[in-house]
Design a protein around this ligand. Structure first.
Ligand SMILES: [Zn+2]
Ligand SMILES: [Zn+2]
Length: 396
């Protein structure tokens, strides 16, 4: 599948011939970037030539970046990976520059120079990256950011769990508030960064002081005041104003707050991390680095793949029964066990000395996969193009 963007009044014969040569005739989706004066005459001729109805993308303040971004939105909406952009000779460099910013490298894009043609020139200043960033900053997301909160985290901390709504990502599995960049995914770094800004605005924290744990399914924890390890699934801090966060897309996201020692933390705790000891090492880091007493630590568990959908291999019995016998659940007529990862997390927290009363497992008890409203990202539901929510927390 191939999408086509035509910028300005490129020669319709040239466009038709090129598409035939590239064997993408007729294309799946054709956009023309122009203004009202182009819409009536030019698009009609082109539409007849290409045998497809054409969408006119109105130039906003002569922004070519708008056309490139709209092309990506159309492609993402239909999961199209390939595109051809016809552009006037005079702005080929500029279009190449914007394409590089808007599209991650896993898309296939061809920019075709259509020679000297009539067009409206971009009037921006600064690098392509800066101009794309500025463009995203002015975009209005379709919905508001929705943040879920726990009842046990004290007011001395600012915290929340982000969800899918309120961001600028368009690709189905990533739409719309994807919080993590990955070279394999259909989001540019700039869009992920814009999503961070949107969450920070809604959550009222300083995005410049936001640090997000990796999701490598290990047990390492970064004590924020010390050196940053190579990789880590948890971060703890006692620095006011710093917001620590952990991503998740089925895995548990666990937030920690100690109002007495004035410290907090966030951990990504999927089944591998739980077995490796991420829960224990996060609590341990708070005890060792900030003198936290386990009985003062409040813990909130965010949205995750619940036992209803956590089908596992038979090896799960040996792995999770030692934590708590009820972690392994058998369903009628199903030969495979289901694992209750939330119970595993709660059990391990209690073993670390956290009081059951201080563990909130219910405020955001929504299964990421089978939630009918699809409020959260889920790898098991969406496959390889999945986005990430985060749980974040910071001392005020
Ligand atoms: Zn994970
Ligand atoms: Zn479920």
């Amino acid at each position: 599948m191939t999408a086509v963007l035509v910028i300005g009044e490129c020669d319709t014969n040239f466009v038709e011939k090129e598409l035939k040569d590239l064997q993408v005739f007729p294309a799946q989706s054709v956009l023309v970037l122009g203004n009202e004066s182009l819409s009536s005459s030019y698009t009609k001729v082109l539409s007849e030539k290409l045998q497809i109805s054409i969408t006119l993308v109105e130039t906003q303040k002569n922004q070519h970046v708008h056309g490139i971004f709209q092309l990506k939105c159309v492609m993402d909406g239909s999961k199209i990976n390939n595109a051809i952009v016809f552009c006037p000779n005079q702005i080929e460099t500029e279009i190449q520059g914007f394409c590089k910013e808007v599209f991650p490298e896993n898309y296939s894009l061809v920019v075709k120079n259509a020679g000297d043609v009539r067009f409206i020139h971009e009037t921006g200043e600064g690098s392509f990256a800066d101009r794309f960033r500025q463009y995203l900053k002015n975009l209005e997301p379709k919905e508001a950011v929705t943040v879920y909160r726990s009842r046990v985290i004290p007011d001395s901390c600012n915290h929340g769990f982000s969800s899918r709504s309120g961001g600028l990502s368009v690709y189905p599995g990533l739409a719309s508030l994807n919080m993590c960049f990955s070279a394999r995914k259909k989001d540019s770094r700039a869009v992920v960064k814009a999503n961070h800004n949107l969450l920070a605005k809604a959550g009222q924290f300083d995005v410049a002081k936001l640090v997000i744990a990796k999701a490598v399914h290990g047990k390492d924890v970064w004590v924020y005041e010390g050196p940053e390890p190579q990789s880590y699934d948890g971060i703890v801090t006692n620095t006011p104003g710093v917001t620590v966060a952990a991503p998740g897309a089925d895995c548990n996201i666990v937030l920690f707050a100690d109002p007495i020692a004035k410290a907090c933390g966030a951990a990504h705790a999927g089944w591998k991390g739980i077995l490796k000891g991420i829960i224990q090492s996060t609590v341990d880091s708070m005890k060792k680095s900030y003198g936290s007493d386990a009985k003062n630590i409040k813990v909130a568990i965010g949205p995750s793949l619940s036992v209803c959908c956590m089908e596992f291999g038979i090896e799960g019995v040996e792995m999770f029964s030692p934590i708590h016998k009820d972690c392994v659940v058998w369903k009628k007529d199903c030969p495979k066990p289901y694992i209750d990862l939330r119970l595993a997390a709660v059990t391990l927290l209690e073993k670390e000395g956290i009081l059951l009363n201080n563990i909130d497992e219910t405020s955001v008890k929504i299964c990421t996969k089978c939630d009918p409203e699809k409020r959260f990202f889920s790898f098991r539901r969406d496959g390889s193009q999945f986005g990430n929510q985060v749980g974040y927390i910071g001392l005020k």
